[in-house]
Design a protein around this ligand. Structure first.
Ligand code: GLU
Length: 471
């Protein structure tokens, strides 16, 4: 039987990294086994689900590249099917209508608590066939009264629940809408899900879901409940720790493969390998290597992995995301060949694409001012003269390529008895306005002859006017 997994987010908030990790494990497992990955939006909570959250989930999944073979399905489109299954269970005597009023249930609860018992529905309508006019009933599932429910969890191992601990679950509310655990079961059955991989906050729902599936004559899938992701301080992951929308990682200049690489290692390991391409993950991933204990989110490690991916990716892979970041900074129409050259010189120097874009702006527009402190530090009358000569020499240089540019500048430094840095820093200031840039020869090579000479001349002219106050 082919593996079928599903990711089933509730669109009540954005897709955050915990959800993305669940999606990743489901996707990887399906891909690893040549199976299908299904996306299902669990939007039955009409009050808390929003179209914006659905959009964000779909965009986040697309950005991450976790493509679904089926779906996105939406539970709100399946109400007729849920109704049908409820009627079936009623007809088979596996579910019943309960006409308890809210007051009655409140009283029951208060009495149980007064006796020191755990509050639970006591099954008082389980065997009744009458009704109560004027009360809209709920429908409850007849949970087995005795025995155990054994969940053979692929991560947690054998987990045993007592049926006596489970009361008769409401599967349809008095307004006729189906409830969460019930919809999950009908969907997992109809979508022929073979492996339910989800957060271990759902482990307690599993015995009820298993009982329901059995009542429907369906063999339960294999369950794998993933350990939580915690903040570095051990507390539940919150916004403060980076539990933000996954799209924020895109905006902050992370590569999806780096984020997925980071997430795959939260709760799963493959020897001590840290760096994984998507293909590596698909090849190596297995549920049996998922560990039970919660793992802590570590933003520094994510940044480190992002840099590793930036350094190892084919440069063509980085062109579009870099272009996107540059566009957000106002650079339009960057030429592909130029982007590739920038990537080659910048990628070892940046942890994110945001950094790379910010530090590459000068490749697209000349500085409008120069860092004054640095000008005072690096520019003198002698330097202005050297730079002026250099501009002329650059104009005449034969081949415009890094090695020739390097010899030209070091030659100029030698002739004036200065170190290479003493010449390179003011050149850098002239080209980019500050003193941070890739190696000067590579920077010149990318900027091109005309632009470089222009920028040098403009700086020299400006600085010459400042010379009297300079040291
Ligand atoms: N809709 C649930 C959630 O977002 C997941 C349910 C499931 O995976 O079974 O937490």
């Amino acid at each position: 039987m082919s593996v079928r997994t599903r990711f089933a987010p509730s669109p009540t908030g954005f897709l955050h990294i915990g959800g993305l990790r669940t999606a990743l494990f489901c996707w990887l497992y399906a891909r690893r086994h040549g199976g299908q990955f299904i996306l299902r939006i669990e939007d039955t909570d009409l009050e808390r689900s929003t179209p914006e959250a659905i959009r964000q989930i779909l965009d986040g999944m697309e950005w991450a590249g976790l493509d679904a073979d089926e779906g996105p399905f939406r539970q709100t489109e399946r109400f007729a099917r849920y109704r049908e299954v409820i009627e079936l269970l009623l007809a088979q005597g596996k579910a019943y209508r309960c006409y308890c009023t809210k007051e009655e249930l409140d009283r029951l609860r208060a009495e149980q608590m007064a006796r020191g018992e755990k509050p639970r529905y006591d099954g008082r309508w389980r065997d009744r066939v009458d009704s109560r006019p004027g009360v809209q009933p709920v429908v409850r599932f007849k949970n087995p009264l005795h025995g155990e429910v054994v969940v053979e969890d692929a991560v947690h191992g054998r987990v045993v629940f007592q049926n006596s601990e489970l009361d008769d679950l409401i599967i349809s509310r008095s307004d006729g809408t189906p409830t969460y655990n019930f919809c999950v079961v009908v969907d997992d059955m109809d979508m022929r899900i073979t492996h339910v991989i989800r957060g271990d906050d759902h482990l307690n729902n599993t015995p009820r879901q298993q009982n329901l599936l059995e009542a429907l004559g369906c063999k339960p899938p294999i369950y794998a409940h993933l350990p939580m992701i915690l903040g570095a301080d051990g507390a539940k992951l919150s916004k403060r720790h980076g539990a933000v929308s996954v799209l924020q990682y895109r905006d902050e200049g992370y590569l999806p493969e780096a984020l997925l690489n980071y997430l795959v290692r939260l709760g799963w390991s493959h020897g001590d390998q840290e760096f994984f391409t998507i293909d590596d993950m698909v090849r190596s991933f297995d549920i049996s290597d998922v560990n039970k204990s919660a793992s802590a989110f570590n933003p520094e490690k994510l940044a480190w992995l992002n840099q590793q991916h930036l350094m190892r990716a084919p440069p063509e892979r980085l062109a579009e995301p870099l272009r996107w970041q540059l566009e957000r900074l106002g650079v339009v129409g960057a030429d592909e060949a130029k982007l590739l050259r920038i990537i080659m010189v910048q990628r070892e120097r940046c942890k994110t694409l945001v950094e790379m874009a910010a530090q590459s702006l000068f490749f697209f527009s000349a500085p409008t001012s120069y860092d004054e402190k640095q000008v005072r530090k690096h520019v003198s009358t002698a330097v202005v003269d050297i730079l002026r000569d250099l501009a002329g020499a650059l104009e005449r240089l034969g081949e415009w390529a890094a090695p020739a540019l390097h010899s030209l500048i070091s030659g100029a430094a030698d002739r004036s008895g200065l170190s290479l840095g003493k010449v390179a820093q003011p050149v850098r200031l002239a080209l980019c306005g500050g003193t941070v840039s890739p190696p000067i020869d590579a920077t010149l090579a990318i900027l091109g002859r005309e632009e470089s000479v222009d920028r040098l001349r403009r700086a020299v002219n400006e600085w010459a006017l400042m010379i009297p106050p300079l040291p």
